[in-house]
Every structure is written in structure tokens, then in C-alpha cells.
Ligand binder design. Structure first.
Ligand SMILES: O=c1ccn([C@H]2C[C@H](O)[C@@H](COP(=O)(O)OP(=O)(O)OP(=O)(O)O)O2)c(=O)[nH]1
Length: 147
């Protein structure tokens, strides 16, 4: 079990902390901390506050992902999906939404707009190499095996 500290930012006592909506849910739902309803016009993107900052142990990241219901019913998704929250980030967690639907969509204060999942990040060291080990695939990619 990893311990993650969440700090509510001033003025957001009414916004629920990130929470799982079922016992085995993978993601913690995030709530919009907008002061008044914000409308996303078709094609428009906006950064939404969540009202909290957090600290997680080194070696973890958090991913901000869309909610499938909002995506399916209204075309609302995360533009940078999945958004990456670094373990050393202490600013407010924000959610970058875009409206890919055909109707304006209003986000109300407290509405669940995205979900946050925690992942382990392997420690990786990058070194420069003159040659790379050969493979059968080689440089083939982007559909070289057919459709
Ligand atoms: O959906 C997101 C994505 C990022 N962030 C915050 C946390 C993250 O640690 C920081 C930087 O994100 P990222 O590395 O994706 O952005 P960048 O454009 O590379 O910015 P930077 O130069 O600040 O790293 O912004 C969010 O709050 N929500």
C-alpha cells in the first residue's frame, strides 16, 4: 500500500477528495473545482482546477484519464490523455478537457470530470550507443506487418 498525501487548496472544503466510486475501481474520480459553471463549446479545450495538490512516494506517477461516460455521451475527454502527474509536482492537479462533441457542455462545481490512476515508474538510465542489438523486426513499424 502506498501512502499519498492530498492537500486541499483554500476555498475547496466542499470539494470531495479524489475517491473510488466502487470497491475495486482502478481510478479515483476527480471533481471540478470551478467557482461557477464553465461551458466547453464544441472543439474548445480548457484547464480545470481540482482544488488539491498532492505528494506521492518517489517511483510513482499519477495518470489523469477521461471518464468513459462523459466521453461516450458528450464527447468530453482529456486532451493530453493520459495526463502525467510527476511525483515531485506540488502544484494544483489540473484536468485538461476538450469537447469533441457537437453540443456545448457545462461543467458544474463538484462534478466528476476525470479519474486518476497511480502507476509504478521503473528507474531507467539512458546511455548513448553506437550500435543497437539486431532483431527480426528491425526498423519495420507503422503497420509493416499489414492491417
Ligand atoms: O493533466 C495534467 C498534466 C500535468 N499536470 C501537472 C503535473 C505535472 O507534474 C506537471 C507537468 O506536466 P507535464 O510534464 O506533462 O508537462 P510539460 O508540458 O512537460 O511541463 P513541465 O515543463 O512543467 O514538465 O503538470 C497536471 O496537473 N495535469
Amino acid at each position: 500500500m502506498y501512502q499519498v498525501s492530498i492537500k486541499r487548496l483554500p476555498g475547496n472544503e466542499d470539494i470531495p477528495l479524489p475517491r473510488k466510486m466502487s470497491e475495486l475501481a482502478a481510478g479515483f474520480d476527480l471533481h471540478a473545482a470551478v467557482t461557477e459553471p464553465e461551458t466547453l463549446q464544441p472543439g474548445e479545450r480548457k484547464l480545470f482546477p481540482t482544488g488539491f495538490a498532492m505528494a506521492m512516494p518517489a517511483g510513482l506517477e499519477a495518470q489523469i484519464r477521461p471518464r468513459s461516460g462523459l466521453a461516450f455521451k458528450h464527447g468530453i475527454t482529456c486532451l493530453n490523455s493520459p495526463g502525467t502527474i510527476d511525483a515531485d509536482y506540488r502544484g494544483e492537479v489540473k484536468v485538461l478537457l476538450i469537447n469533441l462533441g457537437q453540443q456545448p457542455f457545462a461543467i458544474e462545481r463538484g462534478e466528476r470530470i476525470a479519474q486518476m490512476l497511480f502507476q509504478l515508474v521503473p528507474e531507467v538510465a539512458i546511455t548513448e550507443a553506437a550500435e543497437l542489438p539486431e532483431t527480426v523486426r528491425g526498423a519495420g513499424g507503422f503497420g509493416h506487418t499489414g492491417v
